[in-house]
Ligand binder design. Structure first.
Ligand code: HEC
Ligand code: HEC
Length: 445
């Protein structure tokens, strides 16, 4: 049934709508045509859906901010494609992770699942067959044998690690490995065991130690390994291999970005696709080209382009990811209410954290002198100075509870640290009670 709806409704609409992405009209005639072809029961089910959609279409005629039905539907299917790309596409980056770094050899010879979990890799329990689940539970599947890691990769269950497993002399062998966006920007809900559960896309993997993973490569020099091993969990420097400076950033969430037209902590791109191309090519090693005259970064991998055509869908998927609401009972409601007035009043936070997304990013960026998270630790040059804009974007604040530590460089370990830092550096004169109320408010966003 699901496939039927997919083939008969979404696919034809999608093909037609590919050309209409920029159009602001409603194409209900096409929808009607598809509808007539459907069996009776489906028509009844779909009527409700279409009524709601027509309503959305009518509303959109009045309101330029809401796209008409054809756009809503093609966005939905674009986003569905984008989800697959986000989770599973390597853009051909095996050239880097296998061809150059030879990580397939390291994984198959020495990375057992225990080690993989210890460097923060996550396992998607939803794709594990019952036999594997039972085997892990009763101990008959070893978590200290690298062959199990290869088996998990073959099942496509290690989040962000995409491998090719071939039988060589009767043994399953990892012949190729690459990474996807989900490596850093997805985690799991630990519902099966720590590190094993259902995927949470867009949630930064703050347990992941990308530097330690890269440093496993046998082809790096001791000096390079020293840098990669210095980053630690949840941090990655997305410019080190371009400018040679070692100043790791906290891996940010990829959710809650709909409506924000400045991407990354320095607002380098006006849309997500800008940065996705940057990371896909210059960091993941995907095939394609990235060029920005502002930073002089100019990288081409391979003779083919495996990334450009995927950027619209990838962006649509990320825009569909909402920041997770604060869990019930995770903050004191009354204190949070008082904290809200302090945020908007005495603490002057709304000077920059304005509007429903808590950021003025669409209007302006800020010089380093405006922010409280510099100087960078360890005498590293300002992160802004390494960027295209040389400035910072006011961070959006939804879902804050989910992703400590805070600021681009992770210098505030908790929300209390954040507020104390503002209080001290911006001479706000907040009292202890006001500080704790403000923290409760931030926890609620
Ligand atoms: C190795 C880890 C890693 C991988 C893989 C990775 N990213 Fe990121 N991502 C980062 C870091 C670190 C930043 C912070 C950069 C900054 O703010 O300057 C970032 C920033 C972002 C942002 C900006 C968030 C914001 O608040 O504006 C988005 C969106 C994003 N990444 C999406 C992706 C997508 C999509 C992919 C796959 C094409 C990807 N990332 C691959 C580490 C990673
Ligand atoms: C002058 C503009 C400005 C003001 C005023 C301001 N902020 Fe910020 N805020 C920023 C910028 C810019 C960043 C990003 C800094 C960075 O990443 O290092 C930020 C980052 C943050 C973060 C970290 C978000 C994250 O995802 O790591 C929090 C929390 C925060 N601000 C809370 C507040 C609170 C609370 C106040 C009021 C006491 C406040 N801010 C006042 C501009 C401002």
């Amino acid at each position: 049934m699901k496939n039927f709806i997919w083939r008969h409704l979404f696919v034809p609409l999608d093909l037609k709508n590919m050309n209409l992405l920029k159009s602001r009209r409603c194409h209900l005639t096409h929808l009607t045509f598809v509808f007539i072809k459907l069996p009776a029961l489906l028509k009844i089910i779909l009527s409700g859906f279409i009524l709601i959609s027509m309503n959305a279409c009518n509303i959109s005629k009045k309101n330029n901010n809401s796209p008409p039905i054809n756009e809503v539907m093609s966005q939905a299917s674009l986003s569905e494609q984008g989800k697959k790309i986000f989770r599973f596409d390597t853009f051909g980056d095996e050239t880097l992770w296998t061809g150059q770094l030879k990580l397939n050899e390291v994984i198959r010879s020495s990375i057992d699942p225990k080690t993989a979990l210890a460097v923060g890799l996550k396992v998607d329990s939803e794709v594990l067959p019952a036999s594997v689940i039972n085997g892990i539970q009763d101990g008959s599947i070893s978590l200290t044998n690298p062959d199990t890691t290869v088996a998990l990769i073959k099942l496509n269950s290690i989040v962000g690690i995409i491998g090719t497993v071939e039988s060589i002399e009767g043994k399953d062998t990892l012949t190729k490995v690459g990474v996807s966006c989900a490596l850093c920007h997805s985690t799991v809900d630990n519902s099966f065991a720590p590190g094993i559960g259902k995927r949470l896309d867009g949630w930064a993997n703050r347990d992941l130690n990308p530097g330690a993973i890269i440093a496993l490569s046998p082809v790096l020099t001791a000096a390079q390994k020293l840098v990669y091993n210095s980053w630690g969990k949840g941090r990655y420097d997305p410019r080190f291999n371009q400018d040679g400076i070692n100043g790791p950033q906290v891996i940010p969430p990829a959710y809650g970005l709909n409506g924000i037209n400045r991407i990354t902590s320095t607002g380098d791109g006006e849309n997500i696709a800008y940065w996705n191309r940057y990371v896909g090519v210059t960091q993941m090693g995907g095939h394609g080209t990235f060029f920005d005259s502002r930073t002089g970064v100019n990288v081409t991998n391979g003779n083919d382009d495996l990334i450009s055509s995927k950027l619209p869908a990838l962006q649509a998927y990320q825009l569909s990811l909402e920041a997770p609401p604060a869990p019930a009972n995770s903050f004191d409601t009354e204190a949070a209410l008082r904290g809200k007035s302090i945020f908007e009043g005495a603490a002057k936070c709304t000077k920059c954290h304005s509007g429903i997304l808590f950021t003025d990013a669409n209007d302006r960026l800020h010089p380093s002198s405006d922010i409280v998270s510099e100087p960078e630790p360890n005498g590293v040059p300002s992160y802004a100075s390494r960027s295209a804009t040389k400035q910072y974007r006011t961070a959006p604040l939804r879902g804050l509870w989910q992703h400590p530590p805070y600021f681009h460089n992770g210098t505030a370990l908790t929300l209390l640290d954040v507020v104390r830092t503002y209080n001290r550096k911006q001479l706000l004169g907040l009292k202890e009670k006001e500080i704790s109320d403000l923290v409760e408010y931030l926890k609620s966003l």
